[in-house]
Design a protein around this ligand. Structure first.
Ligand code: HEM
Length: 520
C-alpha cells in the first residue's frame, strides 16, 4: 500500500534523472530512453493540442478545422499561393465554407481568423482591454521579440509617441520632401532601361528614406554598411515568407543568421551615435535613447529599430512596385494624374530641378485617391495578430482567452457589396466615400494604427509625381512596355512572379469627368 501513496515524480523530472545516467547505459537502454522522450514530447504536444481544442467554451468556438498534424496545423494550406489583389486562397475558401469568422492552426498556433470589418473594428479598438497585440513566436524570432508589436501599456505609448513625433516633423519639412524627391529621381535613373530592376530600386528607395530620415542612421558613413544592412534585411524578409510553414528550413535559418548580423550592425551604429556630442532629439534613435532618462534597454531599442525599418520599407515598396502597373492598365487615370501634376509644375519644364513643398503635396487631391486605391488592392499590411485577454463573445461564438486572433483586411477591401467592381482600379470611387468605418484599413486601426502612414502616403504621392511627369515616359521601348503593364515588367522579380490580372475597367460604368470620356 505504501507504494501506492508514494508520490510519483513528474515525468519531466523522471526524464531529467534518467538523462543523468545515459552515459553509462547500454545502447538498448539508450534507445528506450529516446523512445520515452519521443513519447513524452508527443504526449505533451497532443495534450496541449487537445487542451487548446477543449476550452471550457469549446462548444461555441467558431467553425473551422485545425489541420491533421499538431504544430503544422493548416500552415501548408495557408501558404498556398493565390491570385494577387484577392485575399489568399486559404482565406477566401474558408469564408465560403465557414463564414467570416473561423478557427484554424497557422504560424504554429491555434488562431481565430476574422475577416469581417465590424469584428475587426472591435478587435482593433479593444486593444489593451479585450485583446492585446501578440505576434506568433515564429515571426518574432525573425523581427525581434521586443519589437513594437510586443510592447504594451505605458512603454508602447512612449515609444509610439517618439515615432509619431519624428514622422510628423519630417513630413512637413520641405527639406525632407526635397530629399525624398531626389532619392526618387536617382532611383528612377538607376532603373531606366532595365525595368526588371525596378522592384529592387523601389525597395532601396523606401529603405534609404527610413534609414536616413527617420532612424538617425545617417551616421552609416560607410556605404558598404548601408548595403550590408539592406542585403541582410532583405534576407530577413525572405525568411518571413517561410514562417507560416513553421518549418525552419534553409531560408528560415539564413534569415535568422541575417537578423544576428543586422543586430550586430545596429549595436555598432548605436555605439557610434552615443559617442557623438549630444544634440536635441531629432530622430527615432535619439528619441528612444532619451526615453525616460535612458530607461529603455538596448535590446528593446534594437528590436524597435529593426521592427520599424522592416514595417516601413517593405510595405511601401510593395505599393510603389505596383503603381506603374495600375497606371499602365488605366490610361485615363494616368491622364488625370498628369493633368494634376503638370498643373503643379506650372510653367517649369520637367527637366528643371523640381522643388516640391508640403503645400504642393497637399494640393494633390486626385493623387490621394490613387494612393488609397493602390493601398486597397495591394494590401501590404493585410494581417495583424492579437491575443484574447479573456473569453470574448463575438457573433454567438467564443474567442477563448489566450488564443491568437488574426484580423485580415483584404476580404473587406475586395468585397463587391462594399466596393463595386472591386478588382478594378477606380480612384474616383473615393470621391465621396467614408473611410472612417473600418471597411478600409490598410494601416490597421485603434491605438496601434500604423505610426508611419502619413510618411508612406507622402512617399507614394511624390513617387507618382515624378513617375507621371517623367520626360522620357513615352520615349524608350521599355518604358512603353512598362506603361502597358506587360508581364515582362515583373519577370525575374522574386515576389511578383505570377502574372497579374488586369485592373482596368469600363469607363462608362464609372463617374469620371466628361473631359476624359474621349479616352474610353
Ligand atoms: C504602405 C505602407 C505601410 C503599410 C500598408 C503599413 C501597415 C501597417 C499596419 C497594418 C500596421 C498595424 C500593425 C498591427 O496592428 O499590429 C502598422 C503598424 C506600424 N507601422 Fe506601418 N505600414 C506602412 C508604412 C509604414 C512606415 C513608412 C512606417 C515608418 C515609420 C511604419 C511604421 C509602423 C509602426 C511603428 C507600426 C506600429 C505602431 C504601433 O504599434 O503603435 N509603417 N503598419
Amino acid at each position: 500500500m505504501a507504494s501506492c501513496t508514494q508520490e510519483i515524480p513528474p515525468l519531466k523530472d523522471q526524464l531529467a534523472s534518467m538523462s543523468a545516467v545515459t552515459a553509462t547505459v547500454q545502447p538498448v537502454a539508450a534507445a528506450s530512453l529516446i523512445t520515452v522522450i519521443i513519447m513524452y514530447m508527443t504526449s505533451r504536444i497532443i495534450l496541449g493540442w487537445g487542451r487548446r481544442n477543449t476550452s471550457k467554451n469549446s462548444g461555441n468556438l467558431p467553425p473551422g478545422t485545425m489541420g491533421l498534424l499538431p504544430v503544422v496545423g493548416e500552415s501548408l494550406q495557408y501558404s498556398r499561393p493565390s491570385g494577387r489583389f484577392l485575399p489568399a486562397a486559404f482565406i477566401s475558401d474558408r469564408i465560403k465554407r465557414y463564414g467570416s469568422l473561423f478557427k484554424s492552426h497557422i504560424f504554429g498556433v491555434p488562431t481565430i481568423i476574422s475577416t469581417d470589418a465590424k469584428v475587426n473594428r472591435l478587435i482593433l479598438q479593444k486593444e489593451g482591454t479585450l485583446f492585446k497585440s501578440s505576434y506568433p513566436r515564429s515571426i518574432l524570432s525573425i523581427i525581434g521579440m521586443h519589437n513594437t508589436t510586443e510592447i504594451h501599456g505605458h512603454t508602447h505609448k512612449v515609444v509610439r509617441s517618439v515615432i509619431l513625433n519624428v514622422v510628423s516633423s519630417r513630413i512637413r519639412d520641405d527639406k525632407v520632401i526635397s530629399y525624398i524627391s531626389e532619392e526618387i529621381i536617382q532611383r528612377m535613373n538607376a532603373w531606366d532601361g532595365q525595368i526588371v530592376r525596378f522592384q529592387e530600386e523601389a525597395t532601396r528607395l523606401s529603405f534609404n528614406l527610413v534609414i536616413n530620415q527617420l532612424m538617425g542612421l545617417s551616421n552609416i558613413d560607410d556605404a558598404h554598411e548601408a548595403d550590408y544592412l539592406f542585403e541582410n534585411l532583405q534576407m530577413l524578409v525572405e525568411g518571413l515568407l517561410c514562417v507560416p510553414l513553421n518549418l525552419p528550413g534553409m531560408t528560415y535559418r539564413r534569415s535568422v543568421q541575417a537578423k544576428t548580423k543586422v543586430v550586430q550592425l545596429l549595436q555598432k551604429l548605436i555605439a557610434k551615435k552615443l559617442r557623438r556630442p549630444a544634440t536635441e532629439m531629432n530622430d527615432i534613435l535619439d528619441g528612444l535613447l532619451a526615453v525616460e532618462g535612458g530607461t529603455l534597454t538596448r535590446e528593446v531599442i534594437i528590436d524597435v529599430m529593426l521592427g520599424v525599418t522592416f514595417a516601413a520599407y517593405e510595405t511601401t515598396a510593395r505599393v510603389l512596385t505596383l503603381i506603374p502597373k495600375f497606371l499602365g492598365d488605366n490610361p485615363h487615370v494616368m491622364k488625370t494624374l498628369q493633368d494634376e501634376h503638370f498643373r503643379i509644375l506650372g510653367e517649369r519644364a520637367c527637366t528643371e530641378k523640381i522643388t516640391l513643398t508640403w503645400d504642393a503635396y497637399k494640393s494633390m487631391t486626385f493623387t490621394e485617391k490613387v494612393v488609397k486605391e493602390a493601398l486597397r488592392l495591394v494590401n501590404p499590411g493585410d494581417i495583424v495578430f492579437r491575443e484574447a485577454m479573456e473569453d470574448v463573445n463575438v457573433d454567438g461564438y467564443v474567442i477563448p482567452k489566450g488564443w491568437k486572433v488574426m484580423p485580415c483586411f483584404s476580404p473587406a477591401h475586395t468585397d463587391p457589396t462594399i466596393y463595386k467592381d472591386p478588382l478594378s482600379f477606380i480612384p474616383w470611387r473615393w470621391n465621396n466615400k467614408d473611410t472612417n468605418n473600418f471597411e478600409f484599413t490598410p494601416f490597421g486601426g485603434g491605438i496601434r494604427q500604423c505610426a508611419g502612414k502619413e510618411l508612406a502616403k507622402l512617399e507614394l504621392s511624390l513617387f507618382i509625381h515624378h513617375l507621371v511627369t517623367r520626360c522620357s515616359w513615352e520615349q524608350s521601348e521599355e518604358d512603353a512596355m512598362f506603361k502597358k503593364g506587360l508581364p515582362i515588367y515583373f519577370k525575374n522579380t522574386r515576389r511578383f512572379q505570377r502574372e497579374l490580372p488586369p485592373t482596368s475597367h469600363r469607363l462608362e460604368d464609372q463617374k469620371v469627368p466628361s473631359s476624359l470620356s474621349t479616352l474610353a
